[in-house]
Every structure is written in structure tokens, then in C-alpha cells.
Design a protein around this ligand. Structure first.
Ligand code: DLZ
Length: 155
């Protein structure tokens, strides 16, 4: 099985942050919208969803930290889309962002979901952000599951 399987997830009462890069917004905004839909479907109240735009994927780490510190969210979904070009930019940003998001997972008590596509072509990115294969929905579900785990007491 390639996709994630979720049991019934309950989002009522949770505060969820979404940080989204504007670079490649034709890809990142549909991912964001599917993520919001997953949160709504699971019962997260609209005013408990905090969406923060940032310029590019490199900035999603700071944006996620900001949501954790300022909005006191139970989980964050960090959304970006890196498409490989002719220089080394892709490699440097992808490495920095994945390390930065992992550091937030280990150094704060708030789970951060890795929603950064790293694609070789625009076609690959589009295929993962549209219709049935839009990964944003599963990222929203992952955030709820992890937020509930964060809040679980003695289980
Ligand atoms: C500079 C840059 C490049 C070349 N490519 C991308 C990309 O494919 N996806 C993305 O989200 N951002 C890209 N950026 C912008 C950087 O993430 C960042 O916003 C700038 O380097 C400013 O820090």
C-alpha cells in the first residue's frame, strides 16, 4: 500500500498551523486547500486553523516556528514545492528545510508534518497536488493524528 491508512481521526478542539510557501504556488496552494479540507472533515473549527504564507520553501521552517511560538498550535503542516533546476539551489534548500523541520520535531513538543515536495519536474509536482493524488489531504490527517498523540496522557 502506497498511501497512508488512517483510522477515524477527531480534530475537534485542536489548533493546527499551516505554513505555505508562495514559490510554485500553482502547486502549494492546492496542497494547502486539500489540507484545510482534511482538517474541516475531521472537525477542526475554522478559527482553529492558522495559515501563514512565506516567500519560499526555505522560509517554511521559520514560519512553522512562528506558529508554534505565537499561535500555540498542536501541530503544524509545512508546505512547499522544490523543483530541481540547473544549479545546486534545490539540493541546498531541500537539505536545509528537511533538517530544519526535523529539528523542530525533536526540539519542540509540537509535531511538524513534512509537506515539502521535492520534484525533478513540474509534471511530477502537479501530479502530487491535484485531484485524488493531492498529498495535502493526507498531510492534514497526519497533523491531526500527531496532535492527538501530543495531547495524549499516559496512553
Ligand atoms: C531561490 C529558490 C529556487 C531557485 N527554487 C525554489 C523552489 O523550487 N521552490 C521554493 O519553494 N523556493 C525556491 N527558491 C526560493 C527559496 O526557497 C527562498 O525563498 C529564497 O532563497 C529566499 O530565502
Amino acid at each position: 500500500m502506497k498511501e497512508i491508512h488512517f483510522e477515524k481521526i477527531e480534530g475537534k478542539g485542536l489548533k493546527i498551523g499551516i505554513v505555505v510557501a508562495r514559490w510554485n504556488s500553482a502547486v502549494t496552494y492546492p496542497l494547502r486547500d486539500a489540507c484545510i479540507k482534511a482538517l474541516e472533515d475531521a472537525g477542526v473549527e475554522t478559527d482553529h486553523v492558522f495559515v501563514q504564507d512565506v516567500p519560499g520553501s526555505y522560509e517554511v521552517v521559520y514560519g512553522a516556528k512562528h506558529l508554534i511560538e505565537q499561535k500555540h498550535v498542536d501541530a503544524v503542516v509545512a508546505i512547499g514545492c522544490l523543483i530541481k533546476g540547473e544549479t545546486m539551489h534545490f539540493e541546498y534548500i531541500a537539505e536545509a528545510v528537511s533538517q530544519g523541520l526535523m529539528t523542530l520535531n525533536t526540539d519542540t513538543s509540537v509535531p511538524v508534518i513534512f509537506g515539502v515536495l521535492t520534484c525533478l519536474t513540474e509534471e511530477q509536482a502537479t501530479a502530487r497536488s491535484k485531484g485524488e493524488n493531492n498529498h495535502g489531504y493526507a498531510w492534514g490527517q497526519s497533523a491531526i493524528e500527531m496532535a492527538n498523540l501530543k495531547n495524549a496522557k499516559n496512553q
